[in-house]
Design a protein around this ligand. Structure first.
Ligand SMILES: [Zn+2]
Length: 196
């Protein structure tokens, strides 16, 4: 389901529909199926994005109170950003509001979302160059909360995203992911579920 603000121009509507559909295919590719059917809200101007989305300037974000809602600003009309938000929504759907909000460290959530987000400047190659062949990476334990993850310069925050993505890329197999979700839903801690 997709809501537009009435002033949305037709090319934006068409692009969004296409990106949502292609994003869905990336989710299916990663998870095997899409369980979350989020509501999409497109805001064509800053004021409505601030109201429905976020007062902080981000291109898009996912709200999960009362079901997943992905709010998209003009800059968020982008294939990778929409696929990224769909991944947040999918994790939420599989473990529920409480665990998503309180038990998942931010680096995991963002690292996972990056698996369907192919933006080139967040690539493994970029990280490899920036981190002296992955030797100088931030400690993930210092990136647990949203405030920790998003603090510092723009470059530092991008570095956090790349590091989180790298960690999940090393960890991920479809089987591990399924086991992880099962363990979380059985009430195990994040650490236990992640390291089993
Ligand atoms: Zn994200």
């Amino acid at each position: 389901m997709l809501y537009f603000d009435p002033k949305t121009a037709k090319p934006y509507r068409d692009s969004l529909q296409t990106y949502i559909e292609k994003g869905r295919l990336r989710i299916i590719d990663f998870w095997g199926e899409q369980q979350c059917k989020p509501l999409f809200i497109y805001c064509s101007n800053k004021a409505s994005f601030e109201k429905y989305g976020s007062p902080i300037p981000v291109p898009a974000l996912t709200h999960i109170k009362l079901g997943a809602r992905i709010v998209i600003s003009e800059e968020g009309v982008d294939q990778d950003i929409i696929a990224h938000e769909l991944m947040h929504a999918e994790l939420y759907q599989r473990i529920g509001f409480y665990k998503w909000s309180f038990k998942i460290p931010r680096w995991f959530d963002e690292g996972l979302a990056m698996q369907s987000d192919y933006r080139n400047y967040y690539s493994e190659d970029t990280l490899k160059a920036l981190s002296d062949n992955f030797k100088n990476l931030p400690d993930l334990r210092t990136l647990e909360t949203g405030a920790q993850f998003n603090s510092g310069s723009r470059e530092k925050i991008m570095f956090n995203y790349m590091t989180a993505a790298h960690e999940i890329r090393k960890w991920y197999t479809k089987e591990k992911m399924d086991k992880f979700i099962k363990a979380m839903n059985a009430g195990k801690s994040f650490e236990e579920s992640y390291n089993q």
